[in-house]
Design a protein around this ligand. Sequence first.
Ligand code: 6R9
Length: 567
Amino acid sequence: MSNIGTYDERRKNFDWSISEEELEYKPENVINIGWYCSDRICQMGKADKLALIWEGFGGREKKYSYNDIRLASNTIGDFLQKCGIKSEDRVCIFLDRIPELYLGFLGILKIGAIAQPLFSAFGDESLLVRLENAETSAIITQRKHVGKVRKIIDKLPHLKHVIIVDHDGKKPLKEREMVFSLEEAEPVENLKIYPTKAESASVLHYTSGTTGLPKGVKHVHYSLIGQYLTAKWVLDISDDDIYWCTADPGWVTGTSYGIIGPWSLGVTQCVLDAGFSADAWYRFIEKHKVTVWYSAPTAIRSLMKAGDEVVKKYDLSSLRHLVSVGEPLNAEAVVWSEKVFGRPFHDSYWQTETGAIMISNYPGMKIKPGSMGKPFPGIEATILDPETYNPISQPGRIGLIAFKPGWPSMMRTYWKNEETYKSKFVNGWYLSGDRANIDKDGYFWFIGRDDDVINTGGHLVSPFEVESALLEHEAVAESAVVSKPDEVNMEVVKAFVVLHPGHEPDDDMELNIMNFIRKRLSPLAMPQEIEYVESLPKTRSGKIMRRLLHAKEWGEEIGDTSTLEDE
Ligand code: 6R9
């Protein structure tokens, strides 16, 4: 029997107090995610149980019990406090998926500070705008990433500490830099846990929109109530599972379900900090006997591409439940996974802003391949008419996905951007910014985004950010960025570029521009193709008509061009 039992029954009798009671939380009490994910599990008699099995490049392995993660997070929290970090200060984690990322996350929360995880492949410009906006006090990083911090530190007066976790003690430290080694530090047995309440800020995740700078999505400690129960009912995690979430905690899936969900349930989880290959992933599942696997469509499509033969080389019989998130999960991928793993991938839909899974396919519920499933019990979801913002009652009609506000893990605001936060609510609904329809059985079918944000391999990229970075390249006069179709990543970034006179549109220039973006922003934001054009289509008011370029790439109808400048 699955944890959720029968979906329809759960929906009928749902109250978030189910989660509060299981977590022994009473309104107005202290609620600290760092404590819930380590100390509480130890107090429940599971101190010696494995919390983390970590594997790095070349098969290097480390294991941590719940008592180990309790002590390690105490030790990091204590160190931060001694540096002068106080409650609500922002502490950025800029690390590869090494144990310090996971343990540091808990340590930051334990002292009441706000964790700001950032993807370690980010370039200096991506890092700068996010640290500037959050007025971050400290950054925890590695030797190999510290160069990016050094490049921008003069522009960051709030950043008082650059903490390097793997310093070899040889190279001299620069201004504001300091060394912390988890292995060498004296373990701190007793740390005073900061008495955070339901509405105390916990995590700040940055997400990209069509326009403007990335937005800092503010979450609070009460989000645990949602993350715990969704991990239990959707991912179906139980005590003796071995759980693997393939997402990086630089993104919300990697924190909500790569740290908080599984550890608040006291389960053993695995982390693989190595590059992707089908063999490496299957070997990892076989070796650690992974039972529950949370991954993403791009990874699944890459595994499909690697073929069925490679699957047969490994014993994957431990796998019990498979779930996917981040982008549309095509029906073929569901059918394929059923064929080769004997289990279908269950699609789940949610956002950085929602903090936890909103729509999903549940264990025991009939899956319609290609559909996202149904709203989580306790979540009221609808499709709104894009003109009137009223719910659409006819099955199959496309509209905007919207949710009735009030679930525990909902963002509380965009950092220093209350106006944009408010603009997300209309007629008492939260607008997701995605389009879908609902069939006659209540299943949601994803159609697309309602903005220009590019979802490449499950990662959101802002065309505006890439266009702005392109303009900083000396050869680029104008640019427009759209997505183009891609077999594995669904879509990738494509840039249209007008060069300044005197610059040649040759292969060298293309590579040069691509690398410029990769270094400044990230490998994800790097255009996979650059097309040189004489001019860009613009509206009479001078705005670039991305819609036209997008339609051309996707072979779609161009639609209304009546505001085009050249007509
Ligand atoms: C958790 C996460 C959110 C956006 C979301 C939507 C897309 C997520 C999806 C999906 C189709 C799914 N998305 N899950 N699209 N099917 N099952 O991914 O958060 O990085 O904020 O992205 O991703 O467009 O609005 P985030």
